[in-house]
Design a protein around this ligand. Structure first.
Ligand code: XMP
Length: 533
């Protein structure tokens, strides 16, 4: 299958490049920008390489350097922002700081006189013309850069200039090297998709081979081959990812081989355990082990109010219970362990893809002694680890997972514990569960749920005064969160229709008696994170 490689130099929007290309039907893989490009990586499927943006500068030691093989391998290159600066710098040109950083929407004009230039290399002039055909003569681009090209390297020529007077589109006369100073992957960039398409299809000649139906078949056949007749254990959280991973196992292997384990920590959403059980049984689960451990979790959280201490207590207890219960199941050593890890989980946990990503909160999903031991033995299966969230949803639909489950918003591993600020108690879990259920139900009823990437309620550790009838009330304060996002790495506040927000607030205070006041969280990520703890 044709493939485009994206070298990740750490820009916030690198993952979007990969996603846009997959959305066009071409497989793309994001790898750390300084990965040595072995023959295995640069195999015959690769049609082109994209160099991403970066928060660093090419002239400092922090600026990651790609394997210089990119310049001799003959593949088409597209440098985006830092990627362009990198190519220019590596080829002997000059990159210097701008007097003032440029950020946001900036106009770009294509210089047609340059695009008509007769190149000595006709193949390349043909490629250049095909690439430039993807550009409108003038358009509003989206930029975020503190450096600019001040001297073009030999062979580079400026084909587009920003309204602020800096090189915006730069092509090489003789090689299939293309550079743009702006970010076509960002939706605010006018015609961004057309530019990426021009590179992927018209320059690289990639053909569409990435369909979810085909991917499902490939994953199922490699899963069946790898597992053979051995048993597989999957830890189910109740969320989309692990449920889809479970469905994939159940639809591929014999149901007797598949062991599903789910912990009811008492920190779950309303009726979660009931729903999980019904969903998995409908999908054919025969061995579903539900562990009721609410008391243990609430006991471990008693007296803790610091976010990382709470996360650690939950993570440690997860591991203790997991080891105890797995032991109890008595599965043989040959048993595989499956996980619903996504592409973005690997990034957010600082593992694997995108070395520049840093750890902001400790996540529990990626590692545990059991996972580490199975990984050492080569007995881990992560059938979703090449997929983004929306792709997992598509896969789920194809293999028959209920729409209600597939469209469900993400839910964090530590559950309601990170949405109850301060100490967690059963009483607070029950209040939050009720309020959250009202909120989510209303979003669905008002057809707003699918417009939002993630919505939930947060119980604040404060109470405030109000009136109910003629009686003074001293109730808890609830914050509502609703964000839009591509993959949870960055997030914008959902511009809630005021009428709906006010009506939902009233409904919550009227039906959940302990809530006295409702607020709406208007912080994006960054600087805030999606969860409050
Ligand atoms: P933050 O709060 O880091 O969240 O902006 C980004 C996304 O990750 C989810 N999240 C978690 N998911 N285990 C998970 O499985 C965790 O420990 C965890 N913490 C946050 C969060 O809900 C959002 O979708």
């Amino acid at each position: 299958m044709d493939k485009i490689i994206v070298l990740d130099f750490g820009s916030q929007t690198t993952q979007l490049i990969g996603r846009r290309i997959r959305d066009m039907g071409v497989y793309s893989e994001v790898i750390p920008g300084d990965t040595p490009l072995t023959n295995e990586i640069l195999n015959s499927d690769v049609r082109g390489i994209i160099l991403s943006g970066s928060p660093e500068s090419v002239y400092t030691k922090e600026g990651a350097v790609p394997d210089q093989k990119i310049y001799t391998c003959g593949l088409p290159l597209l440098g985006i922002c830092y990627g362009l600066q990198r190519m220019n710098h590596d080829q002997g040109g000059k990159v210097e700081p701008l007097p003032k950083r440029e950020y946001g929407r900036i106009g770009v004009k294509i210089n047609t006189k340059n695009s008509n230039t007769n190149n000595s290399n006709t193949t390349n002039s043909d490629l250049a013309a095909r690439f430039l055909a993807g550009f409108a003569p003038s358009f509003t681009a989206w930029m975020s850069h503190g450096d600019t090209l001040t001297t073009l390297a030999d062979g580079f020529r400026e084909y587009g200039t920003s309204d602020t007077g800096y090189p915006a589109v730069v092509l090489h006369d003789a090689k299939p090297w293309f550079g743009i100073q702006f970010h076509p992957e960002v939706t605010h960039c006018e015609g961004g998709d057309e530019i990426l398409k021009a590179f992927v299809f018209d320059v690289c000649g990639a053909s569409k081979g990435w369909t979810m139906e085909q991917y499902v078949e490939e994953v199922r056949s490699s899963l069946a081959k790898r597992v053979g007749s051995n048993p597989v254990l999957l830890l189910i959280s109740g969320g989309v990812d692990s449920t889809v991973a479970g469905a994939l196992l159940l639809k591929t292997l014999k149901s007797d081989q598949v062991h599903l384990m789910y912990m009811d920590t008492g920190l779950m959403r309303k009726d979660e355990t009931k729903t999980v059980k019904a969903t998995l049984e409908r999908l054919g689960a025969k061995h579903l082990h539900i562990i009721y451990c609410e008391e243990e979790f609430l006991g471990a959280l008693k007296g803790l109010d610091e976010p990382e201490a709470k996360r650690k207590a939950i993570g440690d207890l997860f591991i203790t219970i997991q080891e105890r219960e797995v032991e109890r199941l008595g599965l043989p050593d040959s048993c595989f362990l499956a996980q619903g890890t996504l592409y973005t989980d690997l990034i957010e946990s600082g593992k694997g893809v995108g070395k520049k990503a840093h750890l902001i909160k400790s996540h529990h999903n990626v590692g545990s002694p059991l996972v580490d031991a199975k990984r050492r033995l080569g007995r881990i299966i992560e059938p979703l680890d090449k997929l983004y969230k929306d792709e997992v949803r598509r896969l789920g639909r194809i293999i028959g997972v209920d729409e209600e489950v597939v469209r469900r918003h993400p839910f964090p591993g530590p559950g309601l514990a990170v949405r109850i600020l301060g100490e967690v108690t059963k009483e607070k879990c029950d209040i939050l569960r009720d309020a959250d259920a009202v909120y989510i139900e209303e979003l669905k009823r008002r057809s707003l749920y699918d417009e939002i990437w993630q919505a939930f309620a947060v119980l604040l550790p404060i109470r405030s005064v109000g009136v109910a009838g003629d009686v003074r009330k001293y109730g808890w304060v609830l914050a509502l969160r609703a964000i839009t996002s591509a993959d949870g790495m960055t997030a914008d506040v959902y511009p809630f229709p005021t009428k709906d927000l006010l009506e939902i607030s009233t409904l919550i205070t009227n039906t959940v008696k302990d809530i006295g006041r409702v607020t709406y969280d208007i912080s994006s990520k960054p600087p805030a994170t999606i969860e409050w703890e």
